[in-house]
Design a protein around this ligand. Sequence first.
Ligand SMILES: Cc1ncc(COP(=O)(O)O)c(C=O)c1O
Length: 494
Amino acid sequence: MSIARTPSQRETPYLDAIRDYAARSPARLHIPGHKGGPGADPALVRVIGADALSHDIPALTWGIDIGSSPTPFERAQQLAAEAWGARRTWFLVNGASQGNIAAGMALAHRGDRVVLQRNGHSSTIDALVLSGMRPTFVAPEIDEELGIAHCLIPETLDRALARTPGAVGAWIVSPTYFGAAADVRALAEVAHAHGVPLIVDEAWGAHLHFGDELPEDALSAGADLVISSTHKIVGSLTQSAMLHLGGGGLLDEDVVDRTVTLTESTSPNSLLFASLDAARRLAATEGRELIAETTRAVDRARAEIRAIPGLDVLDERFIGRGGVAGYDPLRLAVDVRGLAIDGYELARRLRERADIHLELAGQNVVVGVFGMGGVATPLAERFVEALRAVAGEAGAAEPGSSVRFAPAPPWGELVLTPREAFLGAQEVVAADEAVGRVAAESLATYPPGIPNVLPGERLTAETLAYIRGTLELGGSLRGASDRLLSTIRVVSGA
Ligand SMILES: Cc1ncc(COP(=O)(O)O)c(C=O)c1O
């Protein structure tokens, strides 16, 4: 996890270029129509500020992203590649979702079979719909006690690749929403032994490269393509992200470049790009200290939460459980099973009583996310104080009262590719009549959030009964057009 500390990491070429452009008061005979601010509604000017509007400059502006090479835009991406240790880095303006879709389209240039972690983000399924690839899904390790999914283990990936002749890639997620990190190094070795690139959705781990004592970042561990949601923790603006190409040579740089262009607006927002340039500088030059400071604040909070009756936390004690090779200390995941209320109710009370908004609430675990820098100590203290009050008022769970969700039945046979199911003629049928039909939508019960059904899979009686049972126990259903499961969208005639 080495950090590039060359003087150039202190520079922000793209940010400087848009600042210089705005400072010159140029004649803006180009889009956007607000003309750097004067044409904008005054309420917008008050909310986002005149400065933000004057730096909203379109693509293909001379001296910013066109002109003599390397342009400030090219240099900014080169600096990001250096900082993260990538062969090449692309700035993205449609989030890590764009990164997943671009990755899928790039993989599809190599063939149409791919091995995929079952609980990938919805944008990976979108990538299958758009690319037409036929997936072999692989189950992550399940923490039955907490009812959450962790990461994939190398043995499972190895078996899945062995039963998928012609696979052109392996696609995993690490870290998870809950902060568990996979043994990416071992997973990369498995993928490479099968001759395929490892794609890592590291949306939650853009900071990992810059901290001491954090799980190893995916690029350093040998991943070939890494999707990074820079905005989530490293501090760029919402919607900005990066795609990093590793040094392995299994993926063609020009192909990835085409698929990034394919998935991007022709009018990317300069504020998003500038925020990536600035976030990279902050991470490369001060990331280590900022992460250490935030980690100390979150560690203190974890210790205080563990002392609150009825609460526990997920921390490094989890390392070594199935699918957990490392733990990200910037995630504050609280185990609420000892309380008389569940995680959803706890989150509601925190919101209503203390205006505290969590990243994730599940049945057994709620998660608060901290940024690389910022105001970790007061934020953590406010959270702990509110948790203490809400937990005290809720009281302890009756011994043996915690709800146990049974393991899900195996997912149904993949009859059509996700693309065929998504684009084919569809109809909505009563859930009772859906057994044997082919799903046109995803159904994922929480806990633990692993899709039970994906587009193209045959619906089975066991799976539908399981989903109903989970809803009756207080779980929830995501991805479905009818979240109560009275109806399901299926493929017509299949
Ligand atoms: C694992 C994972 N991948 C990708 C994404 C998509 O990221 P973005 O919201 O930046 O598009 C998310 C979003 O939460 C995610 O959790």
